[in-house]
Design a protein. Structure first.
Ligand code: FPP
Ligand code: MG
Length: 343
């Protein structure tokens, strides 16, 4: 069953187009894009070519949009996002992009956002340095905020990203259905950066503690939901639509929610899946195809969609702390958009 099929018509019918959702911050997103393409550290032609390879591939810019919408939803008067919020958006996207460039080295990936990865086009060494350069640019941006609390939040995020990857690496081909460990890894890898943005935007607005903590909760829950959907798409998507190789989690022995739901049944299909993973048959195309088939035919997709929805509900609850506005509406609709995203 596909992700689209697993989601009921109600969400699909009510889900808006991403462009419409981002309309309230579209001018600021143009500024973010300009900033991302300007080089703060070294503007030599080769560095420009390297960064072009990364940013030409585009990306949905979800994290900058979250920062800007949260900024406008929590500003007084409502609807304002200034220079500091633009910088916060940029640095959040720089950290995200840097972590993907490094991730592609770890995964030996050839394709990202439909483009050749830096490691594939140039080399692993250059890709590591390109990621480092992006982290350096993010640090320069961070310093411009002149806010030690936000420096601490983003410092923690960098540690979390590494901790998540290390945890994942240590668990490769380990057949486990430890849901706490899975959730913690998703928080480290993904949700922590979402939450840094949605928490720091109101901090820059000097919003009250309750608003800051609920917007952190929104970011964490939305981020976990995002990672669960990402894990699901690895099972249900195709490489063309994803812009990256599908099925690559299992090929690399990374056990995520769709597989965990099947494994915990301990029945015949679960035992077969367990065997395909432990024997590393999933590293070959026949093995991974069989494993994906088992997951799709034994409830892995439906259960994972339900799990994503639980986190979506928690994210939506957190938004009740905000006064009604078009920015809150967009933050709310982004939850539905995430649930049906296909790329
Ligand atoms: C993509 O996950 C990867 C991440 C969300 C984080 C990767 C983080 C690192 C490599 C550590 C970063 C280093 C520093 C110095 C902070 P995925 O592999 O599940 O998604 P994919 O299918 O898009 O590759
Ligand atoms: Mg990866």
């Amino acid at each position: 069953m596909s992700t689209q099929q697993a989601l009921t018509g109600s969400i699909i019918a009510s889900s808006p187009d991403l462009g419409l959702l981002l309309e309230p911050v579209k001018d600021e997103l143009v500024q973010v894009e300009k900033f991302l393409n300007s080089n703060l550290v070294d503007d030599s032609p080769f560095i420009e070519e390297l960064l072009g390879q990364v940013f030409r591939a585009g990306g949905k810019r979800i994290r900058p949009a979250l920062v800007l919408l949260t900024a406008k939803a929590t500003s007084n008067p409502r609807g304002h996002a200034g220079r500091l919020h633009i910088i916060l958006s940029v640095l959040t996207e720089l950290i995200h992009t840097a972590s993907l460039v490094h991730d592609d080295v770890l995964d030996s990936a050839s394709l990202r956002r439909g483009q050749e990865t830096v490691n594939r086009k140039f080399s692993d060494k250059l890709a590591v340095l390109t990621g480092d350069l992006l982290f350096a640019q993010a640090s320069v941006c961070l310093s411009r905020l002149m806010n030690p609390v936000i420096v601490g939040i983003y410092g923690q995020v960098l540690g979390d990203l590494c901790a998540g990857e290390i945890r994942q690496m240590r668990q490769q081909f380990v057949v486990s259905t430890d849901w706490n460990a899975y959730t913690q890894k998703s928080i480290w890898k993904t949700a922590s950066l979402f939450a840094a943005g949605t928490q720091s935007a109101p901090i820059l607005n000097a919003a009250g503690d309750r608003v800051v903590s609920e917007m952190k909760s929104y970011g964490i829950n939305l981020g976990v939901c995002f990672q669960i959907v990402d894990d699901l798409l690895d099972v249900t998507g195709n490489s063309h639509a994803l812009g990256k190789a599908a099925g690559s989690d299992l090929t690399q022995g990374v056990i995520t929610a769709p597989a965990m739901y099947v494994l915990e049944r301990k029945d015949g299909p679960a035992q077969r899946l367990d065997h395909l993973i432990r024997s590393r048959a999933v590293t070959g195309s026949e093995g991974v195809d069989e494993a994906l088939e088992i997951i799709r035919n034994n409830g892995g997709v439906e259960c994972t969609v339900e799990l994503a929805r639980q986190y979506a509900r928690r994210a939506r609850e957190a938004l009740t702390v905000l006064a009604p506005s078009q920015y809150r509406d967009s933050l709310d609709s982004l939850i539905d958009w995430l649930l049906i995203r296909t790329t």
